[in-house]
Design a binder for this molecule. Structure first.
Ligand code: SF4
Length: 282
């Protein structure tokens, strides 16, 4: 685990749920036997994105909501590299909502970890797409009037073959979920509930502890998509955690003849006539 640390001062607020996700990620990398060179982490914009400074791996912090397109592009350039998109609820389900749908249906072999704190934390406390109806914030002083996005039912409906949900207050379970999501061949989502202790006074640690439960304790069958939808729709009253859905689907990259033999990054470019291309597109 120590190999993944850096000397940067961590500036997250004391008690932020980001810490639990950060530790679980390092645990998962150690369990997988990875070193810092074995993975590229692509970040969106949000407090979670500061992790690019704290985790010693290949890293890229993209534009707001654009973590998944960058991760997809990187995977298609080098599909032998492990790639994880670290994104936020507002970041990925607001600005990046369109990218989320298409990543789920496209099924490129990347893992997407959503830091779901139900608020825009970095920009000091506006309602996000997963904020509960009635949640009071700077943009909704009398309470949010919209229904929240349900990240896992959205992912299931869009075709994601692996959908899991965790809680930053349970690092052991979160570590196992990250390992399983990373090992899964295809697009995998782990939606992680994480308290924002500074701007979200509704979804506190206690609020989560009162509602989370493990789906494996109820005999849930993750290969049953209908059962997965039923778990996803419990979100208003209970918070199911664990592997909600797990299935195999053909990989997007396996259907591309250009990279069937070798990743693009390993292919020679000496015989490509750049001038001819310039002339053609000038
Ligand atoms: Fe964490 Fe919220 Fe502080 Fe951001 S503002 S570091 S999400 S507690």
């Amino acid at each position: 685990m120590d190999d993944f640390g850096t000397k940067e001062n961590i500036t997250w607020c004391r008690g932020c749920g980001n810490f639990g996700i950060f530790v679980a990620l390092k645990n998962a990398f150690a369990k997988l036997g990875w070193g810092p060179d074995d993975v590229l982490l692509v970040y969106g914009i949000g407090c979670h994105g500061h992790m690019v400074n704290y985790l010693n791996t290949f890293g890229f912090e993209g534009l707001h909501g654009r973590g998944l397109p960058v991760a997809t592009g990187a995977k298609l350039a080098n599909h032998k590299l492990n790639i994880i998109a670290i994104v936020g609820d507002g970041d990925q389900l607001g600005e990046g909502g369109n990218h989320f749908l298409h990543a789920c249906r496209r099924n490129v072999d990347i893992t997407c970890i959503i830091h779901d704190n139900q608020v825009y934390g970095l920009t000091v406390g506006q309602s996000s797409p997963t904020s509960a109806k009635g949640f009071k914030s700077r943009t909704a002083p009398i309470g949010t009037v919209e229904e929240p996005v349900n990240p896992i039912s959205l992912a299931l409906a869009a075709g994601a073959p692996f959908v899991a949900q965790g809680f930053s207050g349970d690092i052991k379970q979160l570590t196992d979920l990250f390992v399983e999501a990373i090992k899964h061949k295809g697009f995998s989502l782990v939606n992680v509930f994480q308290p924002c202790v500074t701007f979200n006074y509704l979804n506190t640690y206690q609020w989560f502890y009162d509602r989370v439960y493990k789906v494996e304790d109820t005999g849930h069958n993750p290969s049953d998509k209908l059962a997965a939808f039923q778990k996803a729709l419990e979100l208003e009253t209970k918070l199911p955690t664990g592997i909600i859905y797990n299935a195999e689907r053909p990989l997007f990259e396996d259907s591309l003849p250009q990279i069937a033999k070798d990743p693009l990054v390993n292919q020679p470019i000496d015989d490509i006539n750049i001038e001819k291309l310039f002339t053609e597109f000038r």
